[in-house]
Design a binder for this molecule. Structure first.
Ligand code: NAP
Ligand code: GDP
Length: 325
C-alpha cells in the first residue's frame, strides 16, 4: 500500500488531496499544527488518516516525522498561503514557506539513501514566484522574480527543489496558479466575492468592497490542481510544471459573474465599491499560465471553466445562507 505524507493537510488543497488518495487506497499521514478546532474537525472528517501534530518551523520534528512515516510520496502543501499576510510576517513566511521545504527535501533524501526506495516529493509552488512577469503566458522558463515575501519564500523552495533534484531526489515543483473552490477562505478575493454575492442576491441590497478591480488572475478549480500534483509525483522524473487554465479574468469580471449568478441583473456594478484598504503596496497585475508541459507530459488538463467555478462557489454560498450558517 502506498504511504503518503501531506503537510498542510487541513488546508483547501490538503482536503481534496486526502480525498483523492484515500479513494485510491493509499495510507495517508498528515502534519497538523493547530491542536484546537481544526484538528478535531479534521479527525471527524477523515478518521482513517494518521494525524501528526507539529509545526513546520520545528526542523527537528520535521526530520523525525519523515523518518518515522517513511513515505513513498511527500506533498509539501503547508505554508503561509496569503500574499497579503506575508507582508505582515515576512520572516515567518520565509521559515514556513521557504526553509521548511528544504528541511523536508533533505530528510527525504536521507531516507531515500538509507532505505534505497524512491521517495517522490511534490512542492506546492506558486505563480507568485514570477512576480510582475514581463512575458505572457508564464511557463516553466519564465524568470523567477518575486515581488512579495510570499513569492520570495516560494522562490527559495522552488530553487531548492531543483537543487535536491540534482542530488537524485524526485522533486516536482508544481507552479500553481490561483485555484479556488467552496473551501477557499474569504481572505481570498474569490470567496469574499461569492459570499457577498450570495448575500446581496438573497437580500436584494448590499455593497461589496474590493481593492484592485483590474487585477487579472488565472483561476482554476482546486481539485484539478491536486490531481496535477499527484500526476507530478508519479511522473518518471521530478520536474517543474506550470499548472494553470491559460485563461485570465479580472477581479471585476469575477464579481460580475458571481453577482449575476446570484440573481443580481444588469445593475450588478451598483453593488461594488473600491475601498483603498484592500489595495496592496505591490500587486501582481495580470497572471496567466501556460500548462502545455503538464498537458503533454502528465496528461493533465483542467476540467472546469471560469463560469462553472464561479457558479459552484456562489451556489455553495447560497446554500450556506439558506442553511443559516
Ligand atoms: P491553505 O488552505 O492556506 O492551507 C495551508 C495549510 O498550511 C493549512 O493546513 C495550515 O494549517 C498549514 N500551515 C500553516 N502554517 C503552518 C505551520 N507553521 N506548520 C504546519 N502547518 C502549517 O492553502 P491551500 O490553498 O490549500 O494551498 C496549498 C499550498 O499551495 C500552499 O502552500 C499555497 O501557498 C500553495 N498555493 C496555493 C494556491 C491557491 O490558489 N490555493 C496557488 C499557488 C500556490 P492551519 O489551517 O491549521 O493554519
Ligand atoms: P493572491 O493572488 O494569492 O494574492 O489571491 P487573492 O485572492 O488574495 O488576490 C487576488 C487579486 O485580487 C489580487 O491582485 C488582489 O489585489 C485583488 N483583490 C482586489 N480586491 C481584493 C480584496 O478585497 N481581497 C483580496 N484578498 N484580494 C483583492
Amino acid at each position: 500500500m502506498r504511504r503518503v505524507l501531506i503537510t498542510g493537510i487541513t488546508g483547501q488543497d490538503g482536503g481534496y488531496l486526502t480525498e483523492q488518495l484515500l479513494a485510491e487506497g493509499s495510507q495517508v499521514h498528515g502534519l497538523v499544527h493547530d491542536q484546537g478546532e481544526t484538528i478535531g474537525a479534521f479527525r471527524a472528517d477523515f478518521p482513517s488518516v494518521s494525524v501528526h501534530v507539529g509545526d513546520l518551523a520545528d526542523s527537528d520534528a520535521l526530520r523525525r516525522l519523515v523518518s518515522e512515516v517513511e513515505p513513498d510520496e511527500l506533498y509539501n502543501l503547508a505554508g503561509i498561503s496569503s500574499v497579503a499576510f506575508s507582508w505582515e510576517q515576512p520572516v515567518v513566511t520565509a521559515e514556513i514557506s521557504g526553509v521548511a521545504a528544504a528541511v523536508l527535501f533533505q530528510a527525504a533524501l536521507r531516507l531515500q539513501e538509507h532505505t534505497g526506495r524512491r521517495i517522490a516529493c511534490v512542492q506546492a509552488s506558486s505563480s507568485e514566484i514570477f512576480g510582475v512577469a514581463q512575458t505572457f503566458p508564464q511557463d516553466e522558463d519564465t524568470p523567477v522574480r518575486p515581488v512579495s515575501p510570499y513569492g520570495a519564500a516560494k522562490a527559495y523552495a522552488h530553487h531548492m527543489a531543483g537543487v535536491y533534484r540534482s542530488k537524485g531526489l524526485h522533486v516536482a515543483s508544481c507552479i500553481l496558479f490561483n485555484h479556488e473552490s467552496p473551501r477557499r477562505p474569504a481572505t481570498f478575493v474569490t470567496r469574499k466575492i461569492t459570499a457577498a454575492a450570495a448575500r446581496i442576491g438573497a437580500e436584494g441590497s448590499g455593497v461589496l468592497r474590493l481593492g484592485n478591480l483590474d487585477a487579472g488572475r488565472d483561476w482554476g478549480w482546486a481539485p484539478d490542481y491536486v490531481d496535477a500534483m499527484v500526476r507530478a509525483a508519479r511522473h518518471d522524473v521530478g520536474d517543474d510544471f506550470v499548472i494553470a487554465t491559460g485563461r485570465t479574468h479580472t477581479v471585476e469580471e469575477f464579481a460580475e459573474a458571481a453577482l449575476r449568478h446570484a440573481g443580481v441583473g444588469d445593475e450588478w456594478r451598483d453593488h461594488i465599491e473600491v475601498d483603498p484598504q484592500f489595495l496592496r503596496p505591490m500587486d501582481t497585475a495580470v497572471m496567466v499560465g501556460n500548462a502545455g508541459k503538464a498537458r503533454r507530459e502528465l496528461g493533465w488538463k483542467p476540467t472546469l471553466d471560469f463560469e462553472e467555478i464561479v457558479s459552484r462557489m456562489v451556489d455553495h454560498d447560497m446554500e450556506l445562507l439558506r442553511a443559516g450558517s
